[in-house]
Design a protein around this ligand. Sequence first.
Ligand code: HEC
Ligand SMILES: [Cu+2]
Length: 314
Amino acid sequence: MNALQMYEASRNAAEVDWLFIGLCTMSVAVLALVFGLIWAYVIRYRAASPLDRGNLLQKTWRFETAWTVATLLFFFVLFGWGADIFVRMNRPPGDAMKIWVVGKQWMWKVEHPGGQREINALHVPAGRSIELLMTSEDVIHDFAVPAFRLKRDVLPGRYESLWFIADRIGRYHIFCDQFCGADHSLMVGEVDVLSPQDYARWLASNGGNETLAAAGQALFISNGCAGCHTGNSTVHAPRFEGLYGSPVPLADGRVVVADDRYIRDCIVQPEKQRVAGFPPVMPSFAGRVSEEDLVKLIAYIKSLSPAGREEPQG
Ligand code: HEC
Ligand SMILES: [Cu+2]
């Protein structure tokens, strides 16, 4: 582990560092100015000093206002810059490769669309946008890769996403950054950033025996979803062809886009968002389907739509 470095290993890492340096410099400068003046005057006007205390200068508001506004502006520039970085870091590009991360006490489980699985390790190709879709099976964790200058809380019951472009081949720490129980300190791992060729080789040699979508199809049948959701069912339930990425009218009048989060909620909290025009008979599968199986079911439903089809990898 000692060999792992704190390099700026992702495309936005350098900018995050500059922002940090900028913020520290500004804060130290203002602090130095204020405290420097306090100390200078404390010493200059100490009781024993023989200075003339007679002709006091008139306080000028112009000076007060000018320096306050000037520092405020500097901090607003930093704020704007930080907000811009924050927004960009939270908007994954549409073509990002999606990888699933499930945190649990005390490990990180990773699932690739091709069915490759790993624990406390994450293999990614350099130079490509990667989006991690993360959730937790138990308590709040926090997925952090210091070399990418990235971290995000991972909460039970919902998907959080994080995206990056790793541009330096090598291995980097993964930490859980949220105290999550007795063995929190062991909840660590490594990101392995590979060249695209090495990544293809890694995918092939760890060849998932079946893709996530295929595993999801099996679960779709074994959990009884197929009983309602396929053509020859007696229950009037929606079909999933073309669902992913398209708008769905809900019974309460809202229209939502069927993304990963929506599909997850449909399975574990169907009462929260009933689809318009169907009887509200879908049971909740909360607690009956594990987070990892949810990922597979979602992958299966996605694979039925052109928008959700993952390009074949490896
Ligand atoms: C008893 C029949 C039944 C079973 C079993 C069932 N569903 Fe449903 N499901 C429905 C009905 C009816 C709706 C539409 C009404 C609603 O939203 O609750 C629906 C809605 C959905 C939706 C939203 C579809 C859309 O068009 O937006 C998803 C996703 C879904 N189900 C997935 C599943 C999965 C996955 C399983 C198995 C783990 C499953 N369902 C099991 C009846 C069922
Ligand atoms: Cu943790």
